[in-house]
Design a protein around this ligand. Structure first.
Ligand code: NAD
Length: 252
């Protein structure tokens, strides 16, 4: 077990799926957890689950595409718990796909706004706070589609490829300040996002499963375990890395 007693963790997109699993894992490992999301009911539920099992948590509603809200989120974290040690940026958007020549500009704008600008803005304020403290760890939720193309999902793939540039550049810029920045690249994970994606195209489930050499999808907890490891002292020399947790998807 990895201990985060006395540590403060901020998780965006923590109302659902991977973000919720990460927040719960931090809670079990003893961290005080700030649960951030635009989804108010889900955010409150995640925080309540942590508190009910004896942990410390606070839900802060925040839209990661709005700079004032992201700045206020980090301020609230520090005013409530005194510092920020670990940040896991899970807020992300996936929409019904189309070939590139059929894709609407509005879809491009929404996906890039949340998946790229949202992560950049989140890191901007997380890095400022961690810089003041002299250290910290950030994990950005990328995807296996941050490494390979996604037919029908070119913009989603582009948004996740962009996270490689943001993550590696941030890792280089802040290495001397003791801040580690890494990306996590999951294959398909059983979450509400995957369920929505498969409901658009039911024939995809079998094909997508077959694309994973392990023959199954990940559980959100398996992604959370990797995120906590990247944030932990056990990963103290790991920075600028993209960690695949994809059952072999990108090894094919
Ligand atoms: P999810 O839809 O279950 O959860 C995403 C959460 O992000 C939701 O609670 C949503 O409200 C929140 N969110 C969306 N826009 C936001 C915004 N502007 N501000 C704040 N919060 C916002 O999805 P998930 O499957 O848990 O995905 C989490 C991350 O993992 C995403 O970045 C996703 O791209 C990535 N990912 C998911 C899979 C998968 O198969 N599920 C695979 C690879 C990568």
């Amino acid at each position: 077990a990895i201990a985060f007693a006395g540590k403060v963790a901020l998780v965006t997109g923590a109302a659902s799926g991977i973000g919720r699993a990460v927040a719960l894992a931090f809670g079990r490992a003893g961290a005080a957890v700030v649960v951030a999301d635009i989804a108010v009911d889900g955010g409150h539920s995640t925080a309540a689950m942590i508190v009910e099992s004896g942990g410390k948590a606070l839900f802060v509603p925040a839209n990661v595409t709005r700079e004032t809200e992201v700045a206020a989120l980090v301020d609230k974290t520090v005013s409530q718990y005194g510092r920020l040690d670990c940040a896991v940026n899970c807020a992300g958007l996936f929409e019904e796909g189309a070939r590139l020549s059929e894709l609407d500009e509005a879809v491009y704008d929404r996906i890039m706004d949340v998946n790229v600008k949202g992560v950049w803005l989140s890191m901007k304020y997380q890095l400022r706070q961690m810089g003041k403290q002299g250290g910290g760890a950030i994990v950005n939720l990328s995807s296996a589609f941050g490494a390979v193309g996604a037919p029908g999902q070119a913009v989603y793939a582009a948004s996740k490829h962009a996270l490689a540039g943001l993550t590696k550049s941030a890792a280089l810029e802040y290495a001397k300040e003791g801040i580690r920045v890494n990306a996590l690249c999951p294959g398909a994970v059983r979450t509400p996002m995957l369920a929505r994606a498969l409901s658009h195209e039911p024939s995809m489930e079998r094909k997508l499963r077959a694309a994973h050499p392990m023959g199954r999808f990940a559980e959100a907890g398996e992604i959370a375990d990797a995120a906590l490891w990247l944030c932990s002292a056990q990963a103290s020399f790991v920075t600028g890395h993209e960690l695949s947790v994809d059952g072999g998807f990108t090894a094919m």
